[in-house]
Design a protein around this ligand. Structure first.
Ligand SMILES: *Cc1c(COP(=O)(O)O)cnc(C)c1O
Length: 388
């Protein structure tokens, strides 16, 4: 059994893949070939956004979005500590300061009530309101933006987050690296906030065969700036550079591969719902393990199907049982970002984000992909149930 099975999918789209790849080899426009623009148009239409700007990775998508806002040293960007390092890494890369906000204990996404507290704490320089980073410049930080993460494919609570951000004049960048294909109240992930950023890393719900990413926005100006940043800050032409940018393009070959995958993507999203539902039906009778909570109005795209154990020992026991039966598992994420050595300089303490710290000790993920069979899932459930 595989944690994420890409081979079954590949067989299914073999012809389209081969023909799309051959087309690129034939025209030879490996950089920004026609497939790139075609893919951008298709995905903009799918997400219901005006502009889609493809790029080299989900990390670059986040970086380009922050650069489009001119994020710089002295800026504070609010985000969750319960995410992949890239979310906060891009903030630090630009010299700005990540300000962490704990998560909701049911959705594992940023807690909007605590977001409001953290913004007020920063503005009033009062750590009794909410924990803040303690860097030499932390008393002079300017709140600039929020990066909510749609963790495990479930969109964050944008109905609560967007008004808070607006009140304080902050931009919202949706880290939709795990949520392409998800929905909230009929609106597609990647279309929330001011810019949505996704990733086409192979293991994501829509993945390519290498690295890739995309930014989505309805703002003409932001789109234009991100297109410029993507290609070394280009102006009117390639050797006219109006700003400092990056080499952040998506390869034509990856765009061609993504088009073949995107053709069956809506169908795969449905299959993911079925697979997730089957897990929940089979595992719900077990009171000691908590199945994922999807609030009313949300459609997760199930980048991960994650269970919550009673405590760390319980998790270790269940994982061992699964391992003994050669069932692959994963822990996303074992260490919240405020406890990572990379962010030691922010001087956060253990206990600052108790929900993230607690969830990190108890969470684990089961194999999840569109082609997981009912038999495989029954087997996994039986092994887990045997754990008691
Ligand atoms: C995967 C991921 C990223 C980074 O995407 P890459 O394409 O690997 O650079 C950023 N944020 C989150 C939440 C992710 O899961």
């Amino acid at each position: 059994m595989e944690f994420i099975d890409l081979k079954t999918q590949q067989k299914k789209i073999e012809n389209a893949l081969n023909s799309n790849i051959q087309k690129v080899l034939k025209h030879g426009n490996y950089i920004m070939g026609p497939e790139v623009k075609q893919l951008e148009a298709k995905l903009a239409a799918y997400t219901g956004t005006k502009h889609a700007i493809s790029c080299a990775s989900g990390t670059d998508a986040l970086l380009m979005a922050l650069m489009a806002y001119g994020v710089k040293p002295g800026d504070a960007i609010f985000t969750t500590p319960f995410t992949f390092i890239a979310t906060a890494e891009v903030i630090a890369l630009l010299g700005a300061t990540p300000v962490f906000v704990d998560i909701d204990s049911k959705t594992y996404n940023i807690d909007s009530t605590k977001l409001a507290l953290a913004i007020n704490a920063l503005k009033s320089k009062d750590t009794s309101i909410y924990p803040l980073p303690l860097t030499p410049d932390s008393s002079r930080l300017t709140p600039r933006g929020v990066i909510p993460v749609d963790l495990f494919g479930l969109p964050a609570d944008y109905d609560a987050i967007e008004p808070i951000a607006k009140d304080h004049g902050l931009f919202v960048i949706e880290d939709a690296a795990q949520s392409f294909g998800a929905e909230y109240k009929g609106q597609k992930a990647c279309s929330f906030g001011d810019i949505g950023c996704t990733s086409f890393f192979p293991a994501k719900p829509l993945g390519c065969y290498g690295d890739g990413g995309m930014c989505f926005t309805n703002d003409d100006n932001l789109a234009e700036v991100m297109e410029s940043i993507r290609v070394h800050g280009k102006g009117g032409h390639k050797y006219d550079n109006v700003r400092v940018g990056i080499n952040g393009r998506l390869d034509t070959l990856q765009a061609a591969i993504l088009q073949a995958k995107f053709d069956i993507f809506p169908e795969e999203v449905e299959l993911r719902q079925t697979v997730a539902r089957r897990y929940t039906t089979r595992l719900n009778p077990l009171s000691s393990l908590l199945t994922p909570h999807v609030p009313e109005g949300y459609n997760s795209v199930w980048a991960q199907y994650s269970l919550l154990a009673k405590d760390e020992d319980h998790r270790t026991g269940v994982l061992k049982k699964l391992q003994d039966h050669k069932i692959p598992t994963a822990i996303y994420y074992p260490k919240p970002l405020h406890m990572q050595m990379a962010f030691e300089y922010l001087k956060y303490k253990i206990g600052d984000f108790p929900v993230s710290e607690d969830i990190a000790k108890r969470i684990f993920s089961l194999p999840m992909h569109s082609y997981l069979t009912a038999e495989e899932q029954t087997k996994i459930a039986e092994i887990i149930m045997g754990e008691g």
